[in-house]
Design a protein around this ligand. Structure first.
Ligand code: SF4
Ligand code: SF4
Ligand code: SF4
Ligand code: FES
Length: 951
């Protein structure tokens, strides 16, 4: 796709959607626009651009620059077109000699206090101030430059990604408004008055130390070179753009990858993106430098034993060797002795090919994905209750919610662009319930405060949600009409009797959960009676031994209150990785083909058998933990892992390491020598999302195109590598473009029947199901009936986890992630994002810290029955007494050495969120950390390289 200019209509569409149209005349031409539209927008819609500086169509109009003046018949003066709404019969002139003179005068004042270094300015050719000077015909500045000016002020270069040069600021306040309205952080203000007014970050701090979260909204809004990306300063302005999709989180923001030749200059969030509407976070916007990082491995490598150095080989040798090893192992140990792990960071097409390789080529169903360790309970829980394994809404739905309940999720860190949208709705007056052991930012952040924060004890989600159901049922707040019409009434009655038992009242469980009964009752009443109630949840729900039960408890609440099947309501998992929804949809689980159809279903199996020309195994295969167990038992010997670092991301690191070490052929395909590669025999270099075509599916079930913006540095896109491996195993695949893989997916998967690259290109995106019944996709699910027919209430008995605190391990550890880092950090640690989070820290309550003699910044030992690690302490009231919290972004910490192998009863999703631990002062790294570091250094040697491919 060639350059995609971003048309800016100057002001947003009217806030109140109306069908009433208003007729007016602009420069002699008649037009009709919705009531409430500004004159500026009306003119822009007919192709007339009125000069402006302080207006932009993603910000509320402000009316400060006075450049957009117009003449209106019958009205005196020169109203600002950005703040003046259209009126019936209005006659407007946008270009007259008087207006031209006034505008030149305004521009003259701006330019008289602005450096005239356009030719050497980084924004030359991409500067609205420059454009406007041209548009108003400014040729001369009468005032001279001798008087007082704001020029020559020092630049703030503290932010790793953009500079702030106050000399070039015209104080239009677009940045301030972007930070408030779009991002919701309120980090910027205009300080002072008149000539002395200036933009200030927080309390006049530099950007890096201020509250700024580096989302880039202000940089995008700035019409001058005051706020400029350092990459633009370094490389120059871009000359073309290609729209693609972010490869970090499940929000699925789309960006214009702005290029200069083959070099990526910047990623600018795309206004037409239906998931992000032109907004972004620091990761997608700025943290793409890992694609060019020196640690990237670009040649295939093999070795016989993991204590040997790697040997670089040709692609052909690597693939022939791998295929030979897999066939040898199968001949010796049986068909089911090998398997594969798909990646939730790779495209749908790549994921589909990996599971096809396993099913068609390996002849078994031993395929699994990282969703095993995050949202597999969502799949199970929502499929059981509603009939489909996905969230029910699109993100825009939150703008219609009256009560938002966030459970076990931290959207402002984990899903920041959606978090900003949610905050916008909250500022408009929606109510908020937060159910989380930590005081996440949403509990209190500028202009947003939770109405109820239920700081439950980790592991007690089911008890809390059942108690909310108790209140709803026993206080007569259930929506009986909805339940009778849409759900199985008998199952409801059984469930209602179960939740109504006095043992499940808020008062009865208060001691267990730590949630005051009165707060819980108030929150339940609010959710049931406050209008549209929408639930958003994250890994704080799923990563428990009762993860699937909690998802079903959430679904029960939504059905009981009729909060399902329309805009503004629903049950919405906030999915972690960019394509975790897609990897599940594509048949990555050992028991399901694409579209969540069981491998034992004969009709489905026949469909695949006919298409692929082989007999397929009707028995479900092994899940990741079972593969590792089978490996330590000597029955599972070979594993192909695409884009996944199970050693760092999966629980109980010792067990993962033992499983990998017991295998004869571990093949890792990745960008970097990750931690799992320390146990690998073959390394196949992977490609980044910038280097391939394909699709990702975000948390809204929205399928979006990923477009190649540069050639793969490793030689091949990941889908090509899987095809080469398949063909080395004799499968004879012949795809020449990922669109053909999507055509196969559509052919074999009813919910994807209407999906094609052509349709995605034409429509921008599609939310599945997309088929004959829904050619343009399905933004809201379960509108008239549930996918399974009647909604199913499931009794969710609270069963305490076996992980118990006691004298040895008296604290509960829960884990999560933060804004600037992503997952195991393989990408973000190789960017300047480390400026915000150079290491994992242990959050500990001041009382617990004091008991142990621990001060802020001290090294502490963190011990569980699974293992021990050390890290620094952060003493904070964000965690409750008795609870500690850390992130898992840095391999040096190895937080998963601590986590246990307890897992969800239904899906084996690990219980990351509850580990009994002890914390004590420490002098430095644990024995495990030292041994691991030494082993990792040995394992990363590459023959012929003097330097290690460093982690
Ligand atoms: S980068 Fe984002 S958070 Fe930081 S000041 Fe700009 S708009 Fe605000
Ligand atoms: S920094 Fe840019 S957007 Fe902000 S007030 Fe100055 S010129 Fe306007
Ligand atoms: S919110 Fe998620 S998808 Fe959007 S830019 Fe950030 S990491 Fe990328
Ligand atoms: S654009 Fe209307 S006053 Fe600035």
């Amino acid at each position: 796709m060639a350059w995609i200019g971003e048309l800016d209509l100057g002001t947003p569409a009217p806030a109140i959607v109306t069908e009433k149209m208003v007729a007016l005349t602009i420069d002699g031409l008649e037009t009709r626009v919705p009531e409430g539209t500004s004159i500026m927008r009306a003119a822009a819609l007919m192709g007339t651009s009125i000069p402006r500086l302080c207006a932009s169509d993603n910000l509320e109009s402000f009316g400060s620059c006075r450049l957009c003046l117009v003449e209106i018949d019958g009205r005196g003066g020169y109203p600002a077109s950005c703040t003046t709404p259209v009126a019936e019969g209005m006659v407007v002139r946008t270009q007259t000699a008087k207006l031209a003179s006034l505008r030149r005068g305004v521009m003259e004042l701006y330019i008289s206090d602005h450096p005239l270094d356009c030719l050497t300015c980084a924004a030359n050719g991409d500067c609205e101030l420059q454009d406007m000077a041209g548009a108003v015909g400014l040729r001369d500045v009468r005032y001279g430059y001798d008087g007082a000016t704001n020029m020559g002020q020092p630049k703030d270069e503290s932010n790793p990604y953009f500079t702030f040069d106050p000399s070039k600021c015209i104080v239009c306040s677009r940045c301030v408004r972007a930070c408030e309205e779009v991002q919701g952080t309120f980090a910027l203000t205009i300080q002072g008055r008149g000539f002395g007014s200036k933009v200030a970050a927080s309390q006049d701090e530099d950007f890096l130390t201020s509250e700024c979260v580096s989302c880039g909204a202000c940089v995008q809004a700035c019409p001058t070179a005051t706020l400029t990306e350092k990459s633009v300063i370094g490389i120059g302005t871009p000359d073309r753009a290609i729209v693609t999709t972010c490869a970090y989180c499940g929000v699925g923001c789309t960006f214009r990858a702005e290029m200069r030749g083959e070099e990526l200059v910047r990623m600018v969030p795309w206004k037409e993106g239906k998931a992000n509407h032109g907004h972004s976070c620091v990761k997608g916007r700025f943290a793409w430098g890992y694609a060019n990082h020196r640690d990237r491995i670009l040649s295939p490598m093999i070795r016989e034993r993991v204590d040997q150095p790697w040997r670089e080989v040709s692609w052909e040798e690597a693939l022939t060797h791998t295929a030979g090893e897999f066939r040898r192992i199968q001949a010796k140990y049986g068909t089911r002795s090998i398997g594969g792990i798909t990646s939730s960071r790779c495209t749908n097409e790549e994921t589909f090919l990996v599971q096809k390789l396993v099913r068609q080529g390996f002849g078994n169903n031993n395929v699994d994905t990282c969703a095993r360790v995050c949202h597999s309970p969502t799949g199970y829980g929502l499929k059981t209750t509603f009939g489909t394994s996905a969230g029910t809404q699109d993100f825009d739905s939150v703008m219609h919610a009256d009560v938002i309940m966030v459970i076990g999720a931290n959207p402002t860190d984990g899903h920041p662009v959606f978090g900003s949208r949610m905050k916008r709705r909250l500022r408009q007056g929606a109510k908020l319930i937060v159910v989380d052991p930590r005081r996440i930012d949403l509990v209190r952040t500028p202009h947003v405060a939770a109405d109820h924060h239920l700081p439950l004890r980790p592991g007690t989600n089911v008890a809390v949600l059942t108690a909310m159901a108790h209140v709803i049922v026993t206080e007569g707040l259930a929506d009986e009409a909805f339940i009778r019409e849409r759900c199985d009434w008998d199952e409801y009655q059984d469930w209602a009797a179960f939740v109504s038992h006095p043992d499940r009242s808020p008062e009865a469980i208060e001691k267990l959960t730590g949630v005051p009964a009165a707060d819980l009752r108030a929150a339940a009443r609010l959710y049931a009676t406050g209008g549209n109630g929408a639930i958003y949840y994250g890994l704080g729900v799923t990563e428990h031994s009762q993860g699937s039960s909690t998802v079903m408890a959430i679904a029960n609440l939504a059905m009981a209150t009729g909060n399902i099947g329309r805009e503004g309501v629903g049950v919405n998992p906030l999915r972690g990785q960019n394509n975790v929804q897609g990897s599940c949809d594509m048949g990555s689980f050992p028991h399901e083909y694409s579209g969540y159809r069981h491998v034992s279903d004969e009709a489905t199996r026949k469909l695949f058998e006919q298409d692929w020309g082989v007999s397929l195994d009707p028995e479900p295969g092994l899940r990741i933990p079972n593969m590792l167990d089978a490996a330590t038992d000597g029955e599972f010997k070979g594993l192909f892992i695409q884009g996944e670092d199970i050693l760092q991301s999966d629980p109980n690191t010792h067990h993962v390491a033992a499983g990998l070490a017991a295998m004869e052929c571990v093949v890792v395909q990745d960008l970097f020598l990750n931690e799992t590669a320390n146990y690998a025999h073959v390394f196949l270099p992977g490609s980044t999302f910038l280097e391939k075509d394909g699709t990702f599916t975000n948390a809204e079930r929205r399928i979006q195109l990923v477009r190649k913006v540069m050639s793969p540095k490793n030689g091949y896109a990941d889908w090509e590598i899987v095809q080469l491996l398949a063909n080395a195993m004799g499968l004879g695949w012949a795809y020449t473009h990922p669109s053909q893989i999507m055509d196969e997916i559509a052919r074999l998967t009813p919910t994807f029947a209407g999906v094609s690259f052509e349709a995605l290109d034409r429509l921008g995106s599609l939310q599945w199901p997309a088929n004959e019944a829904a050619p343009e996709g399905t933004p809201t699910m379960h509108i008239d009936h549930f996918v399974r027919g009647k909604g199913k209430f499931v009794v969710t008995d609270y069963i305490a986890t076996d992980e118990k605190t006691g004298p040895r391990f008296p604290l509960l550890l829960t884990t999560g992630r933060i804004l600037s880092q992503y997952n195991v950090g393989a990408q973000t640690r190789r960017t300047a994002n480390t400026a915000w989070h150079p290491e994992d820290l242990l959050e500990i309550h001041p009382a617990d810290a004091e008991d142990r003699g621990i001060c802020e910044g001290d090294w502490v030992a963190l011990r569980s029955r699974a293992g021990e690690t050390t890290l620094r302490a952060k003493v904070t009231g964000r965690v409750a007494p008795g609870v500690v919290y850390t992130t898992f972004h840095h391999p040096g910490t190895q937080a998963n050495v601590i986590t246990t192998d307890y897992s969800d009863w239904a899906t084996n999703c690990p219980e990351y969120k509850v580990t009994a631990v002890q914390v004590s002062p420490s002098n430095g790294p644990s024995e495990w950390q030292e041994d691991y570091e030494a082993q990792a250094r040995r394992s990363r040697r590459i023959a012929g390289h003097t330097l290690e491919a460093a982690e």
